[in-house]
Each structure stands twice: as structure tokens, then as C-alpha cells.
Ligand binder design. Structure first.
Ligand code: NAD
Length: 267
């Protein structure tokens, strides 16, 4: 007898992923499509999204969708979320993944650089979540939202002031939304990756000496792969996590476990 095909966990579900064509977002888009979901992939550049879509596994419920928008552009976000609801009829999951960082000694940080990071990592997340919440509340939909934060939600990152501030902020936004919408059946959670091998980290990941230096600070001895973030995102979005809201899951090879204490140096 042929083996019974394994049921896909997101068959007929519809998912929106911001910054979904590269790095961790790309892995998240692929993971949802592998599990049967139609994916609305957001990013700033339509040509890049259109080129990316055919790489996604096809699903039985219909084609995937490009939803171009810069997440800091309020009207563009409204239009992109509208487009996803119009084409898909509904959304089941929103993943706010788009994020940027910028390095500068804190005494030299410019208003422009600070606000650029805050706008993408905080305001852009707020725009996407607000637009999806409005539509879910009007229909009574019990959807799930996942925000991609960072270990720098709780670990300070010198010379990355805006990044640390922005990820601290989204940690509290996750708790606020979790509490505000729990009674309406809408769950909001975060994932907080450690060092993950994506284009954001090309500068050290492609340099063997720097790669070793980074790895030496991680209790598990290596950076993570984008799929190691994507799979927990799917878990949090799924019914398996039906009683979890307002939480941030740290996915970091032990980075947030006070890594310097891995060997006893105090007695
Ligand atoms: P990446 O730079 O490879 O990808 C970021 C994606 O976001 C890209 O597709 C980019 O086009 C998109 N994006 C950026 N600005 C945007 C905007 N204004 N509007 C729409 N899309 C925009 O980065 P990544 O490493 O995959 O990071 C994804 C998320 O994970 C970010 O929120 C980042 O802070 C977080 N994160 C990454 C790491 C890591 O080590 N890579 C660690 C912790 C947290």
C-alpha cells in the first residue's frame, strides 16, 4: 500500500510576510508554502517579489501573491494589506519580519539614521498589525500575528542604539497587543533570533575569522539557519500554540543564557 501523504499544517490558510523574499523572511515564506499556505510576500521592490514568487512551492488553494510596499509608507501598507485580503478573501496569519539595522557610536548617531531604523522596525510593524487587526475585528476572525524581534530585545547592543531600542519596543508591543486582543481570540507573539546566516550578516558570515569569532560567543557554537527561525514561527502561528499569546520565543543557540557563565569563573 502506498504511504498516506502527510497532512499539511497550513492547507487553505493565507499568510502575509513582510520582508518575505530574503533572509529569514524568505525561509518563513517557503516554510508556510511547503505546509500548504498561500503566501502574500511583501517587500519594497515589485520586480524582486515577482522574481521570487515562482520559487515558492505551489499550493492547491491558488497562486501566491506579491504585495509590494515600503512598510514605513502608511498608505502603501494599507494598499498592500487590502490587496492581500482582496485576492485571498482573508488572512489567517501575519508575520512582521521586515527589519533593518544601522551602526554608529551612540554619541554620533544622527536623527535621520535613528528614525530610519525606528520607522521600519517599530512604525512599520505597527502599520501592518493595525491594518490586519482592523479587518479581523470587523469579521470576528481569530488570526495569529508573529513579530520578528531579536535577542537585542533584551541584550544591549552597543553602537546599534536604534536597533536595540526598536527591538525592545516591539517586545512590549507584542505584550500589549497580546493582552488587548486575547479576549477576541487573536494571538500575538514574537520570535527573537540570535545570529542567523542571512544577507544582513554577510560582512562577518563570509569572513572565516569573523565567523569563528561570532560562533565563539554562542553557547551552541554556531550561528543559526533561517529555517531554524521559520519552523518556530509556524509553530507559534499554528493551532499547536493555541494557548500562547503575548510571548517572545528566544531562538538563539543559548545566547540569552548569559553565555559567559558557560564555564565557571566565579569560584
Ligand atoms: P535581511 O536584510 O536579509 O532581510 C530583511 C528583509 O526585509 C528584506 O527582504 C528587505 O527587503 C526587507 N525590508 C527591509 N526594509 C523594508 C521596508 N522598509 N519595507 C519592506 N521590506 C523591507 O535581514 P534578516 O536577517 O532576514 O532579518 C529579518 C528580520 O529578522 C529583521 O527584523 C531582523 O531584525 C531580524 N533578526 C535578524 C537576525 C539575524 O541574525 N539575521 C537576528 C535577530 C533578528
Amino acid at each position: 500500500m502506498p504511504p498516506t501523504p502527510t497532512a499539511k499544517h497550513f492547507e487553505n490558510k493565507k499568510v502575509f510576510v513582510s520582508g518575505g523574499s530574503q533572509g529569514i523572511g524568505q525561509a518563513i515564506s517557503h516554510a508556510f508554502a511547503r505546509e500548504g499556505a498561500r503566501v502574500a510576500v511583501n517587500g519594497r521592490h515589485k520586480e524582486k517579489l515577482d522574481a521570487f514568487l515562482p520559487s515558492l512551492p505551489p499550493v492547491s488553494s491558488g497562486p501566491h501573491l506579491s504585495c509590494p510596499a515600503d512598510v514605513v509608507d502608511e498608505q502603501a501598507v494599507i494598499d498592500a494589506i487590502d490587496q492581500a485580503f482582496r485576492e485571498f478573501g482573508d488572512l489567517d496569519v501575519l508575520v512582521c519580519n521586515a527589519g533593518i539595522l544601522s551602526e554608529s557610536p551612540s554619541e554620533d548617531v544622527t536623527h535621520g539614521d535613528f528614525m530610519k531604523v525606528m520607522n521600519v522596525n517599530v512604525t512599520g510593524v505597527m502599520f501592518c498589525v493595525r491594518e490586519v487587526l482592523k479587518r479581523w475585528l470587523s469579521t470576528g476572525k481569530k488570526g495569529s500575528i508573529i513579530i520578528n524581534s531579536s535577542v537585542h530585545q533584551i541584550i544591549p547592543k552597543p553602537a546599534f542604539l536604534a536597533y536595540s531600542a526598536s527591538k525592545g519596543a516591539v517586545g512590549n508591543m507584542v505584550k500589549t497587543w497580546g493582552l488587548e486582543y486575547a479576549s477576541r481570540g487573536i494571538r500575538v507573539n514574537g520570535v527573537a533570533p540570535g545570529a542567523i546566516l542571512t544577507p544582513m550578516n554577510d560582512t562577518w558570515a563570509n569572513d572565516p575569522e569573523k565567523y569563528e569569532a561570532v560562533s565563539s560567543h554562542i553557547p551552541m557554537g554556531r550561528p543559526g539557519e533561517p529555517d531554524e527561525i521559520a519552523e518556530p514561527v509556524l509553530f507559534l502561528a499554528s493551532e499547536k500554540a493555541s494557548y500562547i499569546t503575548g510571548q517572545t520565543l528566544y531562538i538563539d543557540g543559548g545566547l540569552t543564557l548569559y553565555a559567559d557563565f558557560s564555564k565557571n569563573w566565579s569560584s
